[in-house]
Design a protein around this ligand. Sequence first.
Ligand code: ADP
Ligand code: MG
Length: 400
Amino acid sequence: MMTAFKTLDDIGDVHGKRVLVRVDLNVPMQDGAVTDDTRLRATLPTVTELADKGAIVLLLAHFGRPKGAKRPDMSLSIVTRPYEQVLGRTVGFIGDCVGDLATQYVGMMQPGAVAILENTRFHAGEEKNDLELAKGMAAIGDYYVNDAFSAAHRAHASTEGIAHLLPGFAGRAMEKELNALEQALGNPERPVAAVVGGAKVSTKLDVLHNLVGQVDHLIIGGGMANTFLAARGVKVGKSLCEHDLAPTAEAIMEAADKANCTVHLPYDVVVAKEFAANPPSLRTCNVHEVAEDEMILDIGPAAVEALADALKNCRTLVWNGPLGAFETPPFDAATVALARTAAALTQEGSLVSVAGGGDTVAALNHAGVADDFTFVSTAGGAFLEWMEGKELPGVKALQH
Ligand code: ADP
Ligand code: MG
């Protein structure tokens, strides 16, 4: 799945060299404050290492969706102060990522200095992967380092085009992520289990199609389990269910059969008549006992126990999507219980566990086990595309 890429170990002497580092500074903000600085902290190993080696560190990033317009409310100048605090060093801000202004500013920077370049998406060429824009950015650097796995599924000028114009390297966060993903699906220790949950089958069709050919156990939970159950003739009442996808679900189960992949569907479920926290109508039942006015909101305790047993025999786990409507108690129970089992097996050294997805990360944090997994990806779209078996342009460009 993956070939070799160069890392900072291969970059050589960078003292006084201008290193363009593509990072993800697209942090959530409220009233001028960063509400989650995970992405800022993720850049620290690379930026600190390069600055300590005397490089002139130039951070390339996008912020929001300005769609090629210069939007003051989407200027990366807003992130410069918060980033300075996280980095613990002075960080400059350069009002454009190309052109005379950038050239002059960079020309005055001292070895070891760090600066953020203005939002790459202020140029329409960024999202079009325009060669002229990529050349403009490459002109102010000697090396290119990509440390933004989360942006690597997009072939943009700052993630793909530029990698063909300068010697390219994976940053430390990118390196760690690619190695973890390789360990989980590229060249995993078997048996491999995949948990796929979340709301809908339709958003994860490609993930399911790819996984049946890669893993030994496919554990289906969340709203999408309802679609699979319905395809098997189970009456799912008012549950979230994509009935029109029954043939697709059947095709996936057939493909799994052919590939010797065991599909695990729940045999008990947690249901309620209304979707609310601890509703009076809450009950656990066999999947064949769901009433017409009930909806399935979590998989049941017997199913979780069986899945935990299956995981005990596995060496590798990839997880995307919660098993139930985990934001609302007690429909978090299955997700929390299975996550804790996976975390314990990982800590015992019998399981390599890799998880990703916006809601999945939230669910693992809620279960208090995100740090006990081998690797948790915060990359969202890029993580899903990787689970779909797609080649990520930003990663591929580093491998040429
Ligand atoms: P991720 O962001 O990790 O890829 P998804 O966005 O696919 O995950 O799915 C997460 C959502 O799925 C959560 O908001 C959760 O409430 C919902 N969900 C899970 N199980 C069910 C269910 N049985 N019924 C309705 N929604 C569900
Ligand atoms: Mg989601």
